[in-house]
Design a protein around this ligand. Structure first.
Ligand code: FAD
Length: 486
């Protein structure tokens, strides 16, 4: 194989960084995957049922009776649109709340994908709510929809807050559209996005004070209060309390920065009780380095090694490996030892929790190689059951390549270095030399469809790998793809 620049196989032992606690028996991965898929089905079912329940609240209150007139029909449609729209907004907030049950079942990136896809439908439903209510109430009072809206704003308590909420929702959805979002820095988009909370808070009062559906004493009111308060509590707990508690518990500080390649460096940190973070594989945290000029920037970075618990006199250690892909990440190389670090997480499914088979294949390129290193260190497999494919322009781009080679030797994994210029042929992710020599995925991993495949690397390259493993018959639940760009 001409592209096979290095291959390590067998269970030779190495003194270089081997697994710190060699995983013993192979887990019953199929049962784990079945449980996870069952949880995903249950969460999906609850998500679909929740808007149905919202409409049922209204039907149980005799809402359908209004359909006998034009005004009643418009008002009824407006109420239904409002109920479903609000339900969808609450679902969106729950998806973004970083609730471990959701994150560990479908993955944080998938949760955010669904969250994003619900933005426009939620806005359309809320707009339809406002328009139909203005038409329905207006016809009943002999007013056109605009005059009716003005009258609602002026005369009905809490209604002006609902109008403000609508304006905020529109601002949030428009600034989240990909074309608009790309024009602004992440922090600007994030600040506008926080308006969602203001929008929801301002939308809530009129739901309880206007109309009879949620009037005092009704069971509908208790249900609606419960889902609003439950969502708010989940956000406060998982987005605010937990990160603050984790930061206080682990007391992380930067201990040293080690250059790995001209534009890649490893940040090592020490802290307390890191054993409770162990077993995370290539999961990621959101880090904030608490130094002037740095603290306000959150950075998602994956672990590039399993956390090392404290022993006797040595403090616990963990580390991330960073490529300077933008202004913020480049500046991180200048962090001083002793800088305090705040963390949120661990998040993501790039870990043993996603395994469904005994065989495992890890395919990485560029900085995407680094979370594979920590996964390789911690995920259980028998010698001969793991294959690692690393892609880079040359050996120096196979970041942490030496450490990965030592781990492969220690654990009996097969390692391929796929280096060399890109292939000019479309849909190729292997280097030109391999393609030219006629090699395909199956030459490296003949039994790929019977393994869990972890993919991490630049988006365009990774999407070709994903297509290739799917074409080789890999079922969706065995593919685990970490994106660095959500
Ligand atoms: C799950 C995940 C894991 C990653 N792991 C690694 C890794 O191990 N090594 C590595 O080198 N790169 C990793 N990245 C990519 C890395 O986070 C970005 O390259 C880096 O944050 C860019 O920061 P910047 O300030 O240089 O660039 P800019 O694009 O200018 O970013 C500006 C600011 O926005 C923040 N930001 C951008 N996207 C997000 C987001 N989705 N969530 C929160 N804040 C965000 C940035 O951190 C920064 O504070 C990962 C990304 C993700 C989503």
């Amino acid at each position: 194989m001409t592209s096979l620049l290095s291959r390590v196989s067998g269970a030779e032992r190495s003194s270089a960084p081997g697994p710190r606690t060699p995983p013993a028996a192979v887990e019953p991965f199929r049962a784990q995957a079945r449980r996870r898929l069952a949880r995903a089905d249950l969460l999906g079912f609850l998500a679909w049922v929740s808007p149905v329940v919202a409409v049922a609240l209204w039907l149980a209150d005799g809402g359908a009776g209004g359909f006998s007139s034009f005004a009643g029909t418009a008002t009824g449609l407006g109420i239904v649109a409002g109920l479903v729209g609000m339900d969808v907004v609450l679902l969106m907030l729950l998806l973004a709340a970083r609730i471990p049950l959701i994150d560990n079942t479908i993955g944080h990136d998938r949760a955010l994908e669904i969250h994003k896809s619900l933005g426009k439908p939620a806005l359309y439903l809320l707009l339809a709510h406002g328009i139909f209510i203005a038409i329905g109430y207006g016809v009943a009072e002999g007013l056109d929809p605009i005059s009716e809206s003005v009258s609602l704003w002026v005369n009905v308590p809490d209604m002006w807050l609902a109008f403000v909420a609508m304006a905020l929702f529109i601002a949030v959805v428009v600034t989240s559209l990909v074309a608009v979002r790309r024009r602004f820095p992440y922090e600007f988009w994030y600040a506008i996005h926080l308006l969602t909370y203001a929008a929801v808070a301002t939308a809530i009062p009129h739901q309880f004070s206007v109309g009879g559906l949620f009037a005092e004493g009704t069971w509908q009111r208790w249900y609606w209060l419960a889902i609003c308060i439950g969502t708010g509590a989940a956000l406060l707990f998982f987005r605010i309390y937990q990160p603050l508690a984790a930061t206080a518990r682990h007391q992380l500080t930067v201990s040293r920065i080690v250059r790995v390649a001209p534009d890649v460096f490893t940040i090592e940190m020490t802290g307390l009780r890191l054993e409770s973070l162990a077993g995370s594989g290539g999961r990621f945290f959101i880090w904030r380095f608490l130094a002037p000029g740095f603290w306000w920037q959150p950075h998602p970075f994956s672990l590039s090694a399993e956390p090392l618990p404290a022993t006797g006199t040595t403090a616990g250690k963990l580390r991330i490996t960073v490529r300077n892909l933008g202004d913020g990440s480049a500046r991180l190389a200048r962090l001083r030892p002793g800088t305090r670090v705040a963390l949120e997480g661990p998040y993501g499914m790039f870990s043993t929790a996603a395994r469904s088979r005994n065989k495992v294949v890890m395919i990485g390129a560029g900085i995407g190689i680094t979370p594979l290193r920590s996964l390789l260190e911690s995920t259980p497999f028998e010698p001969g059951n793991a294959t690692v494919l690393l892609r880079g322009h040359d050996e120096s781009e196979l970041f942490l390549g030496q450490e990965i080679m030592a781990l492969c030797q220690a654990r009996g994994a097969t390692l391929f270095h796929l280096t060399g210029p890109r292939s000019a042929r479309p849909n190729e992710w292997l280097p030109e030399s391999a393609v030219h020599a006629g090699f395909t995925l199956r030459d490296y991993v003949p039994d790929v469809a019977n393994a869990d495949v972890y993919v991490c690397g630049p988006a365009g390259w990774a999407s070709q790998v994903v297509k290739d493993v799917q074409a080789a018959g890999l079922p969706a639940e065995q593919l685990h793809y970490e994106r660095f760009d959500w």
